[in-house]
Structure formats: structure tokens, C-alpha cells
Design a binder for this molecule. Structure first.
Ligand code: ATR
Length: 287
């Protein structure tokens, strides 16, 4: 590869999931590797959903010299089970999206949590504080978002979910306020941060119905969905003057620790990277 430094040994990393072809992580890491002049290759590794297949794949990747891997659905819990040790964040979440093959064995971490926290942080204006966050949904992503909010000192959190029992479990685990799914509009009016962690609004899924008149310029609205890049929720929120950010922001932020650990060098999130990801999504949607 032209432009590489001398003695720049090949470094291997990747993303383990099923399916994994749709992942944008290889593009993110390849752009950063190119910028940092690192001889790094980041490979999507399709691995069937069962734990045995995961263990076999991880052992093979370690044996051929991978530095580490990101782990995506459905293996995030398997990653924690497989690792010999894990960060407090991964333990708290009960799931990991990073495994590093260190000298003491595979180590699991969770950069989904820090990724959301850092994405939110990058959108806060100086002096802006959040005292009331509203989380829509109660799956694994909601749990990660709640941990991220706690990690940056936001404890006033309300949760709502179509299936109330799932929200009750998270609410009791993390001491959150719970509202019925049918009462979500009232709760949105009281919140200054609203986060959609459901699959509603994703291409091919029904939209998330929220009363847009409850959104105002004092609120931040976030959506973990990134196909489409701007969901109807974010579009409506922008029209009402809210600050918004979507799933691509979180995706870029969660990728930073893996790049730094496995390839070394700087991983900068900027408009150019964001534009590349949007172009790639456009290319895919035209196929
Ligand atoms: P993840 O682990 O990525 O969060 P998940 O566990 O499948 O994924 O959670 C998906 C979330 O989207 C859930 O909160 C789900 O609500 P239920 O717990 O009631 O299933 C929510 N969701 C999906 N389709 C929905 C719909 N049509 N209406 C309301 N919520 C929906």
C-alpha cells in the first residue's frame, strides 16, 4: 500500500456477527487506517448464532493473529461469556461489543455505552444540562442507553415500552420512572432528552408515532436507528427546533476504542467520515 511507514506490520481486526455483511464498521476502520497510515485490515466475520460456533471462530481469529474484534448481534452476550475478564461497563450491561485478544486472554468491553455517552456529549452546548431523559423501548439497546446516561450523571430517567413488563424490569434494575406506552406523549413533554431505542422508524418498520407539538427547541432528540439516516422522528424534531442526532453518530463513537486498541493511531470523527457513511448507505439503497 503506498504511503505506509516502514516496518508497519499488518494488523487484523474485524466484526463478528450474523448477519454481518451490512455492517458499516469495516468502512469506518478502513478510512481511519488509511488516515493514520496504519497497515490495518478490518474484516466482517459471519459467525452462526450458537455459542459453539462463536467460540470456534474466536479461537481461529486469535490463532491467526487478530488483535481483537467488535461483536454485534446475536453474539454480544456470548462475547461476555467467552472472555476471561471484562470491563465494569460490559459486566453491568451483561453484553460486550468488543473483545481484545490480550496476553492474559480475551478481554470484553462495551463501547456501545461510551459511544452513546460521547455522541450525546458532542451535541451538548456549553453549560447545557439534562435533568429529565425519556427512553423509548426496553431491549438491549435501551439498557445500554440507560447505563450511558448514568455514566454521565443523568439519573432522572423515564422509560416506556409497548410491552410494559420489559420496561418494568429495566425500571426496577436502574430505579427509573415508568410510564405506559399509551401515555408517552405526556412524558415526552416533560423531558429535555428523548431517545428512541425501538426499531420503530427503521426502513421497513412502522414509524414511531409521537406528538410533534410536544417537542420544542429546548430538547435533544436522539434515535439509535440509522437506516434511514434521518428518521421521521428526527425530521419532526428538527422542524420543532430540537437538537438531534441519529444512529450513525453512535456508530462512529462506539468504533473509536476498538480502532485505538487494535490499530493504534488517531480515530477522528468528522463531517468527512459522516459523509462517507451516508454515501455508502445511499449506494446500498440504490442496489
Ligand atoms: P434491541 O436489543 O436492539 O434493543 P429488541 O430487544 O428486539 O432489540 O427491542 C426492540 C424494541 O423495539 C423493544 O422495546 C420493542 O418493544 P416490545 O418490547 O414491546 O417488543 C420495540 N418495538 C418493536 N416493534 C415495535 C412496535 N411495532 N411498536 C412498539 N414498539 C416496538
Amino acid at each position: 500500500m503506498p504511503g505506509l511507514e516502514k516496518n508497519n506490520a499488518v494488523k487484523l481486526a474485524g466484526v463478528v456477527g450474523w448477519p454481518v455483511e451490512h455492517s458499516l464498521s469495516p468502512l469506518i476502520h478502513t478510512i481511519w487506517a488509511h488516515r493514520a497510515r496504519v497497515n490495518g485490515f478490518y474484516i466482517p466475520v459471519a459467525t452462526p448464532p450458537d455459542y459453539d460456533a462463536f467460540v470456534r471462530m474466536m479461537s481461529s481469529l486469535q490463532a491467526v493473529g487478530f488483535q481483537g474484534v467488535n461483536v454485534t448481534l446475536p453474539h454480544k452476550e456470548n462475547a461476555l461469556r467467552y472472555a476471561v475478564d471484562a470491563s465494569p461497563a460490559a459486566k453491568k450491561a451483561g453484553a460486550a461489543n468488543m473483545v481484545t485478544f490480550g496476553p492474559d486472554g480475551p478481554y470484553a468491553d462495551n463501547s456501545d455505552i461510551s459511544g452513546f455517552a460521547n455522541a450525546l456529549h458532542s451535541h451538548l452546548k456549553p453549560g447545557q444540562t439534562i435533568d429529565n431523559a425519556m427512553v423509548l423501548g426496553a431491549g438491549g439497546a435501551a439498557r445500554g442507553v440507560v447505563l450511558a446516561l448514568h455514566s454521565i450523571g443523568i439519573t432522572g430517567i423515564t422509560i416506556t415500552n409497548r410491552t410494559r413488563e420489559k420496561a418494568e424490569t429495566i425500571a426496577s434494575d436502574f430505579n427509573l420512572k415508568l410510564v405506559d406506552w399509551t401515555g408517552r406523549d405526556d412524558a415526552v413533554g416533560d423531558a429535555n432528552l428523548i431517545i428512541n431505542t425501538t426499531s420503530l422508524g427503521m426502513s421497513g418498520q412502522p414509524p414511531l408515532i409521537l406528538d410533534a407539538s410536544r417537542l420544542s427547541s429546548k430538547k435533544i432528540v436522539a434515535d439509535i436507528v440509522y437506516t434511514p439516516v434521518e428518521t421521521e422522528l428526527l425530521r419532526n424534531a428538527k422542524v420543532q427546533g430540537c437538537q438531534t442526532f441519529g444512529g450513525l453518530d453512535m456508530l462512529m463513537h462506539q468504533a473509536v476504542p476498538g480502532f485505538q486498541s487494535w490499530f493504534g493511531g488517531k480515530a477522528v470523527i468528522d463531517d468527512e467520515l459522516y459523509t462517507e457513511l451516508i454515501s455508502e448507505l445511499d449506494r446500498r439503497s440504490q442496489k
